[in-house]
Design a protein around this ligand. Structure first.
Ligand code: AMX
Length: 432
């Protein structure tokens, strides 16, 4: 991991120069005007963040350090059909495609950190199983702060410039430990409360799959795909943004990401994948395994006329079918060509956009990532849909951690936008 430190030292130095230039040379350049409707409509289309790891283009989808999902799949070191999660972590941290040996270094580093403190295990084991798995996850992550290197060093004489080092230490801890927290929640809530130990000879996804209780290399492959496509999605989404804002108060990664996870648990964000599967299973029950397109369209219209949204469709930024959905569609086509539920997802993709277009409300009538993930998990035997957002949380820990490391490396300040009262804003409008 010394190699990772020296790569980062080098990259951070040149990025710091750029940020310095942005601040002092170009500080007064305006990049856009803010309209009142943007403030009222949840800050849509307002560029307010600087981020290193990924960018979301409405017409193209996500690029991780400039690479599309397909490019990541072809360029990053892989096992079976999908890149190692460790390779994605390296890419997000450094912006470089890792060698096989760098992936192995990352794998060993994470494996050595994958144990949990006793108090975390005891706390998770004492939680009521009726508590939503996302609440358990958020508390499990928060409890890891007990050993935060960032907190420890912040209270010593560490210089601001070096904050990223303990943040990296904590970030690797979080990424390494969160699979075991998730596995305990899964085994306690739905199974026999027996959890296997992390497998120090396996990669992160395989070790996670084993702890969940699976002995199936295709399932480990699905976990690699799932974690890689969910690991980061630009800076403005609720979980990433929340983590960043809390981190800007110089909270450690565990407090910051625990807050981010609470946002991820919202039905308009991460919880949508739980709702998606529920909706899909109801659809299947109503229209059968091999429905006509018309039967699906009628069911969709019924959902809309009862005042509900179609889970898994639409997006706050994207204006195309989500490439993360397409990657899962391809995976299902290869691994589960005769699976009725996955085939129903594919048929919905043909039918639903047209119905949403006719309804004319959604700016994006196409599927997002959540339209497929639940069906894949369900088909591999992970059927408990209120656990799905926990899988999302395990994945997003990567992007949120890497971003906090870079936030501290670039010495970003406390985030504190201004607010106006509705009366004041109305008066400002009258004067215009
Ligand atoms: N079904 C029905 N109506 C929809 C719709 C859908 N899937 N998506 C958007 N609309 C409606 C909105 O409810 C809104 O109606 P309103 O004017 O009466 O309030 C109108 O279309 C305009 O919305 P928008 O600007 O297109 O979307 P948004 O940016 O406000 O919200 C999102 C985006 C994702 C919350 C929304 O599309 C939605 O609710 N989708 C279903 C839930 C979902 O799939 N969430 C997962 C998002 C991905 C993630 O974070 N995991």
């Amino acid at each position: 991991i010394t190699e990772l430190h020296s790569i980062l030292e080098h990259k951070i130095a040149s990025r710091l120069e750029q940020v310095h230039r942005l601040k002092y040379t170009y500080g007064s350049v305006k990049i856009e005007d803010i309209k009142i409707e943007q403030i009222v409509k949840g800050m849509r289309g307002m560029t307010t963040q600087l981020t290193e790891t990924s960018m979301l283009d409405p017409e193209y989808g996500i690029r991780f350090r400039g690479l599309s999902i397909e490019e990541c799949q072809s360029k990053l070191p892989k096992k079976y059909t999908q890149p190692y999660v460790e390779a994605m972590i390296w890419l997000l941290l450094t912006g470089e495609i890792p060698s096989e040996s760098q992936v192995e270094t990352m794998r060993k580093e994470l494996a050595s950190r994958s144990f949990l403190p006793m108090h975390t295990e005891e706390m998770l084991n004492s939680m009521p199983t009726s508590l939503h798995p996302m609440s358990q996850l958020s508390m499990g992550v928060l409890s890891l702060g007990h050993r935060s290197q960032f907190d420890k060093l912040y209270n010593s004489s560490i210089k601001k410039k070096a904050y990223w080092k303990p943040m990296l230490d904590d970030g690797l801890d979080l990424i390494a430990k969160i699979p075991k927290i998730a596995a305990i929640i899964y085994r306690n809530t739905y199974k026999d409360r027996i959890v296997r130990k992390p497998d120090s000879s396996a990669d992160l996804a395989e070790s996670f799959g084993r702890m969940l209780g699976w002995d199936d290399k295709n399932f480990y492959d699905l976990l690699k795909l799932y974690i890689n496509i969910h690991c980061d999605h630009e800076a403005g989404n609720v979980s990433a943004h929340t983590t960043h804002v809390v981190g800007s108060a110089l909270c450690d990664i565990f407090k910051s990401y625990s807050a981010g996870l609470n946002g991820l648990a919202g039905p308009l964000h991460g919880l949508a994948n739980q709702e998606c599967l529920g909706w899909l299973l109801n659809l299947k029950e109503n229209v059968g395994d091999y429905p006509t397109d018309q039967a699906i369209a009628d069911y969709v219209k019924k959902t809309l006329s009862s005042g509900n949204v179609i889970p898994g469709y639409g997006h706050a930024v994207l204006r195309i079918p989500d490439p993360r959905f397409i990657a899962q569609l391809k995976f299902a086509g290869q691994m589960l060509p005769n699976n009725a539920l996955c085939n129903l997802v594919a048929q919905c993709y043909k039918v639903i956009p047209q119905v949403l277009k006719e309804q004319g409300k959604a700016k994006n009538p196409f599927p997002n990532v959540d339209a497929h993930s639940g069906a894949l998990m369900y088909s591999f035997g992970l059927v408990e849909n209120d656990f799905y957002t926990v899988l999302f949380g395990v994945s997003r820990a990567i992007g949120c951690s890497v971003n906090l490391v870079w936030d501290r490396a670039l010495m970003f300040p406390l985030e504190r936008p201004d607010g106006l009262t509705i009366t004041t804003m109305s008066e400002v409008c009258k004067k215009k």
